[in-house]
Design a protein around this ligand. Structure first.
Ligand code: ATP
Length: 355
């Protein structure tokens, strides 16, 4: 059973939020498209929750303007926005059954009894809780409680769903299941989702775009693959995962590439002038036992091997003692590879980028 909602577009223009003399958010401008799944990602204290609270209407902006489908909503109170919310600590009513929790917002809206019953049943089925509606929250598992919270938020067909780290208390497997569930609910309802997390892999897995915050500023907003493979800054590159950073000297243009020297080797990466540090993710580095005839390559010595299951992490000491890291499929590691083995770290030129 699917329940389509009317998704809305959110506009944010020059929003800022001060707490006394402290600026928690500074000059944020972005558009959240109708039906988009936007994830707000950033370290602790970067302003993600404050931004979500401004969208919800629980905090008031110090500066700037917000719109909903083009209409000003900057000063519209939370209860008039009609958004669905799943927050940490935004608990279920313990004395009510799951079904009564889900029906609650519909009752507040004074919908008819028949409609409330039909809609509650529909939503219970949609979130996979058929047969559990009569249970109180303490008789439900952690994952089931989160499903009730999602169902309650979706009950009124919200134009926007706001979720703040809803799964942080769940174990890893359950968290994965709930991520799949949220993705499915987003697809089925078609509504606009804004999701806060500080888990990089959760952000990359769920979102149509990721907005990366640092110290109250929006650093980059782009689809997951773009923020990961083409970060605009060193902060974004490092925040999203391990990365090797190789400072180039004697750089020059070479068609669409920049060519430079690192430890006496010529390396190339897509891009023009500007950044002169070549960045390459560990999973794009390959292991060679002999010097390759072309492409980017640097000599290195294995310092450590860490078995991670499907992949093995290989720590390396590169030229000038620089620490490097690559990952390699565990099933195809060369025989005898061990700390002390001299290798070549190679990678396709187009996989690197300049910072
Ligand atoms: P986390 O991942 O830890 O939840 P966050 O990115 O969501 O972090 P926010 O909760 O938005 O960060 O906080 C941003 C900054 O604003 C922090 O430095 C925080 O201390 C500050 N802040 C938030 N709310 C208030 C408040 N009511 N009064 C004063 N400072 C606040």
């Amino acid at each position: 059973m699917t329940v389509k909602t009317r998704a809305a577009e959110i506009g944010v223009e020059g929003i800022g939020k001060d707490f006394g003399t402290f600026t928690a958010l500074d000059d944020i401008s972005l558009t959240i498209g109708r039906g988009e799944f936007l994830t707000l990602l950033g370290p602790s204290g970067s302003g993600k929750t404050t931004f979500l609270m401004l969208l919800a209407g629980f905090e008031e902006a110090t500066r700037g303007r917000m719109t909903l489908d083009g209409r000003d909503m900057t000063r519209v109170p939370a209860e008039k926005r009609g958004f669905g919310m799943v927050f940490q600590g935004y608990a279920l009513f313990p004395h009510m059954s799951a079904a009564a929790n889900i029906a609650f917002p519909l009752k507040v809206q004074k919908r008819g009894a028949r409609e409330i019953k039909a809609r509650t049943e529909q939503i219970i089925e949609m979130v996979g809780l058929a047969g559990h509606g009569h249970k109180r929250p303490d008789a439900l598992s952690g994952g089931q409680q989160q499903r009730v919270a999602l169902a309650r938020a979706l009950a009124c067909e919200p134009p926007v769903m706001l979720l703040d780290e809803p799964f942080s208390a769940l174990d890893k497997n359950l968290r994965g299941q709930m991520q799949d569930e949220v993705r499915r609910l987003h697809r089925e309802t078609g509504t606009t989702f804004v999701f806060v997390t500080h888990d990089q892999s959760e952000a990359l897995a769920l979102s149509s775009r990721v907005a990366i915050f640092e110290q109250g500023r929006l650093q980059q907003i782009a689809p997951p693959r773009e923020v990961y493979d083409r970060p605009h800054s060193r902060f974004v590159a490092e925040f999203l995962g391990d990365i090797n950073l190789l400072p180039l000297s004697d750089t020059s243009r070479d068609g669409d590439m920049l060519r430079g020297t690192f430890a006496g080797r010529t390396l190339r990466a897509p891009g023009k002038a500007g950044g002169e540090t070549l960045a390459i993710r560990p999973e794009y580095m390959r292991l060679g036992l002999t010097a390759p005839s072309s492409g980017n390559a640097i000599p290195a010595t294995v310092t450590d091997l860490t078995y991670l299951g499907a992949d093995t992490r290989i720590d390396l000491r590169g030229p000038d003692g620089m620490a490097l890291v690559m990952t390699h499929a565990s099933g195809s590691l060369p025989d005898g590879l061990a700390p002390g083995t001299d290798i070549w770290a190679t990678w396709p030129e187009e996989k690197g980028f300049l910072l």
